[in-house]
Write a protein that binds this ligand. Structure first.
Ligand code: ME8
Length: 652
């Protein structure tokens, strides 16, 4: 039996899931479902990435232990995937014992094969991307995210990445499908051609990670730890490795485009060094944008899947993401577009075709599929073409094209029904009209069956209902392998007819927008944090992790006086302030609305981080940050002075 192994990235647990994560996971789920329907022995893996400095710091900031934070957020991801009915076969957490042991085994194997040595790393590191950055300047911006890098000076274990430059280039040349799409492949090839340096693969200045075997002062670099999940989940390097032997190498490893380098350079190099076969292909999709930016927890411009599930349901989210976005490219999300697509393709499209076809069979033929007098070649040929092209497009990850084709058939049948006017045929009562009516009803029902079967991996809930309404029983039993025109048996008795996609009105958009606004400001939400201690951690560090006085001096703290304070509409926690700094009046957006009524702040002297890069919160530009104590679980308390102090005075 053919096997198929598909993986998603494992998601960081520093914030809750959003529809960007759902996008990758839904795409993989859809592919996995289709493979299973084709009779292929399929294994689908997802999970969470729980180690590293970024998670350790997120836990600190949340006043939790790293384990506590990771347990909570990993469970949130999993609960959401379960609510969405995602059919993953295993959910790996990198803090699990099985993973740790297996990663250590991988490390040992690479070391025994001579690709690991000890050295000293001095250079820049981006904690946000957990990336060693090729820059010499302390605080140099990360080339990936633009955040200031931190200087790391540590004794580390190094991986001989430089030994793999030629082998990797050979791989990309000999196996062009190793990286898809082509644009990503070209980027990776030029990166590798420009030369590969050895890679530090351990850290020793924090402890939230997997200890290096035989040298537990070091923890394994989080990307080596994380990438290994794809094989540790299968039991690699343990006594029980039957899944590894059965399913590895992976057939498809799906990722977002920002983590291509890790998956297409480091990952195959680690595997080559360990003598493990390489995955057949890494597939990188584009970004989901919201309000013109990449949707991301750090920007705070996220949309939660739960909102869409509550208002329009699971299938609406799945269909929208796969139909609207050209896979591989960036695509914008908006509630307007979601509702429009839902109404046009699901409510008025498939939903309407199902209800009119089934209702007519119920009304004109007592709920029994009639025998057609002839095969309607125009529709049958169109259906055959769709079946062939749908599979081919799917295999190329062109979900949007596949669905467009299938919905082309929906439109063709709609037109066919209108042109043949079954309601008029029913009125005529003569034998020819009766036979013709049988043909029209059968043809419509058979086309509906085919679209339903093809669309099942994408919109599993509604298609299961339509399938049962067509009298075909449990769609899970359907094999896609032999799907062809004419299999619908005349005489099949329909099931109970119920609408599957009720039309959404304008209020759906408003409801979702309001839910998102509330969700963003609700407890536990990753509210953009205008109230926090200055990010001195982002400044360069000395070898023992302390910053120098020069580094602290980079943070410009000044006394300001609040001139204007008002609530930000629909944001429970935010206030918009105008703060006089002596030389200018600045707009600052601060998350202190729960602690202070706006009117109590007018005239108050506060501490402002004056040289913070501007950022937007709820569309308002915030030029600086107000300093406050943020007690765990409590409300923010503004820093202030007992004595009077002139506006604009610098704190140092
Ligand atoms: O990078 N648009 O985890 P992560 C599309 N732990 N996809 C998006 C997206 C968006 N706006 N935002 C997130 C990590 N994603 C590492 C991976 S793998 C060994 C370790 C999806 O939580 C997309 O798949 O930052 C992206 O690659 C992934 O989530 C990043 O999730």
């Amino acid at each position: 039996m053919k096997k198929f192994y598909i993986t998603t990235p494992i998601y960081y647990v520093n914030a809750r899931p959003h529809i960007g994560h759902a996008y990758t996971t839904i795409a993989c789920d859809t592919i996995a479902r289709r493979q299973r329907m084709l009779g292929v022995d399929t294994y689908f893996l997802t999970g969470t990435d729980e180690h590293g400095q970024k998670i350790e710091r997120a836990a600190q900031a949340a006043g939790k232990s790293p384990q506590q934070l990771t347990d909570e957020v990993s469970a949130q991801f999993r609960a959401l995937w379960d609510r969405m009915g995602l059919t993953y076969d295993d959910y790996i957490r990198t803090t699990e014992e099985r993973h740790k042991k297996s990663v250590q085994q991988l490390f040992r194997t690479i070391r025994d094969n001579g690709f690991i040595y000890k050295g000293t790393y001095t250079g820049q590191y981006c904690v946000y991307d957990e990336l060693y950055v090729d820059a010499t300047e302390p605080g140099a911006p990360c080339p990936e995210c633009g955040r200031p890098t931190e200087t790391v000076h540590e004794e580390n274990y190094f991986f001989k990445l430089s030994a793999f430059q030629d082998k990797l280039l050979r791989l990309y040349n000999e196996q062009p499908d190793f990286i898809r799409p082509e644009t990503r492949r070209n980027e990776v090839m030029s990166f590798v051609r420009s030369g590969l340096r050895d890679l530090s693969i351990s850290r020793s200045t924090f402890s939230w990670g997997i200890p290096v075997p035989d040298d537990p002062k070091h923890v394994i670099y989080v990307w080596l730890d994380a990438l290994a999940n794809y094989i540790t989940a299968l039991g690699y390097g343990t006594a029980d490795d039957k899944l590894f032997r059965k399913y590895w190498p992976a057939d498809v490893q799906m990722i977002g485009k920002e983590i291509v380098r890790f998956h297409c350079v480091y990952w195959p190099a680690f595997l080559m060094a360990a003598g493990i076969p390489l995955p057949k292909g890494i597939v990188a999709h584009g970004w989901l944008l919201f309000e013109e930016n990449k949707m991301s927890k750090s920007r705070g411009n996220i949309v939660r899947a739960e909102t869409i599930l509550d208002v329009l349901g699971n299938d609406a989210l799945r269909y929208f993401l796969l139909r609207e976005i050209v896979f591989g490219q960036d695509g914008s999300f908006s509630f307007d577009a979601l509702v429009q697509r839902y109404n046009s393709d699901l409510a008025n499209g498939l939903g309407n075709l199902a209800s009119r076809t089934l209702t007519m069979i119920a009304r004109y033929r007592g709920g029994e599929v009639p025998k057609p007098a002839q095969v309607e070649d125009s529709i049958a040929d169109a259906a055959r073409k769709v079946i062939a092209e749908y599979g081919a497009a799917f295999d190329q990850f062109q979900f949007s094209r596949a669905l467009e084709g299938a919905w082309g058939l929906v439109a063709a049948v709609d037109k066919y029904i209108v042109e043949n006017a079954p309601w008029a045929l029913d009125e005529k009562k003569d034998e020819t009209s009766r036979a013709h009516l049988g043909t029209v009803l059968y043809t419509s029902a058979e086309a509906l069956r085919i679209v339903t079967a093809l669309a099942h991996p994408v919109i599993p809930e509604a298609t299961a209902k339509i399938w049962a309404q067509l009298g075909l029983g449990d769609i899970k039993k359907l094999s896609l392998a032999g799907l062809q025109w004419g299999e619908l048996q005349p005489g099949t008795r329909l099931g109970k007819i119920e609408p599957v996609f009720p039309r959404a009105d304008k209020s759906a958009i408003e409801r979702m927008q309001t839910m998102e606004e509330q969700g963003r400001t609700a407890a536990g939400a990753p509210e953009p944090k205008p109230v926090e201690v200055p990010k001195v951690t982002a400044a360069p560090v000395t070898p023992d992790g302390k910053i120098t006085i020069d580094d602290f001096a980079k943070v410009e703290l000044r006394v300001g006086q609040v001139k204007v304070a008002e609530r930000v509409p629909k944001a429970d926690k935010l206030l918009r302030l105008e703060v006089d700094l002596g030389t200018e009046v600045r707009q600052v957006v601060a998350g202190i609305a729960e602690s202070y009524a706006p009117e109590t702040l007018i005239g108050r002297k506060v501490v402002i981080v004056a040289n913070l890069a501007p950022r937007k919160l709820r569309g308002l530009e915030s030029n600086g940050m107000i300093v406050a104590a943020s007690p765990e679980g409590g409300k923010a308390i503004l820093a202030g002075f007992w004595e009077d102090v002139p506006v604009g005075t610098r704190l140092k």
